[in-house]
Design a protein around this ligand. Sequence first.
Ligand SMILES: [Zn+2]
Length: 344
Amino acid sequence: MPDLMKIIEIILQDYKRTMDEVYYDDEQGICEIIDVSSKSSNDMMKIVEEKKLPNDTKVFVCLSLENPETLLTLVPEYVDKGFSLPSIRTKSPLNNSINMYMLCLEKVDMKSSGFSGVNSSQMVYDTVEDWSNMTESNCKTKYALSKDTVKQLKTLSFSEPTRNKDSSMTQKEHAGAMYVSGMSGDVNVLDINQNKWIEGKEQGVPIVEALYNFHSHPEEAYITNKVNKAWPSAQDYIGFLLAVLEDNTILHIVVAIEGVYIISLSEYYAGNKDKLSPDVAGFINSNFNYCGKLDNSINWFIKNINTVKYKGQPLFITEFIPWDKATKDFTIYYCKTNGKCLVK
Ligand SMILES: [Zn+2]
């Protein structure tokens, strides 16, 4: 149930909690307890039993979604005591306002017995997970480059020089697109779209319109700029952001001699694209310009670039993967398209 941790972030901060309150409505034959997290299920059920309610009373318990640990403990306990039928709500079954999202479980009458543990608990967790995915504002997906992709990208910085108008020969940047060619477990595998290659200039190439795209930094540019590492430039970040806004691009890869730099939006901005203002381009230009800082390591670059905050939140995530590990999977946050998390 790993995604439950994220639920914490979407829960309202300023709720007033009604802890342990037991309500009973004899007309509807419903008993409910809002927020049972403070006691064990045994103690809680003792309180209900002491009320000597009619046997056909429906009992509801509601659990805070704030604390995944508590959920992991309490859900199996209540399932054991005959609770199931999960629902996630901000109003209790008796219409008491909860002011936050809670998971409520129902026991159809006082005597209904326990369900066989694991599967029933799993069904409850699935409900929570579905709800979490539905309310999540961004998307989160695992990707990996295929072996063929790595093989082809690895040679890209060493491409053959091509002829210029003045008949000199120079290496150019290359740009291309990738697509999800299949799944390996829960990882989306990226392959190169061989029909979409673009050759650019010595320093600069347009981004190819696609969900996944890349461009290379050629060897000659290292020599021209007197650098031994060619991480993304401020211009590369601006290009990526434009591609996000115009083509729903999910990730961009800068192909270098030392490995690949994978650029994506931060978790925050993947869910809050509307918080970006027109000043963001200027912001990137002045804050993402790490070119020509010769003596610094890739670790130094990654650490610094990932801590740059725009309006108090990280803007991009950059991950570096060296060639010998280039088929490893990586996690990317990206924006929903029409409310859906599309990978193709
Ligand atoms: Zn570049």
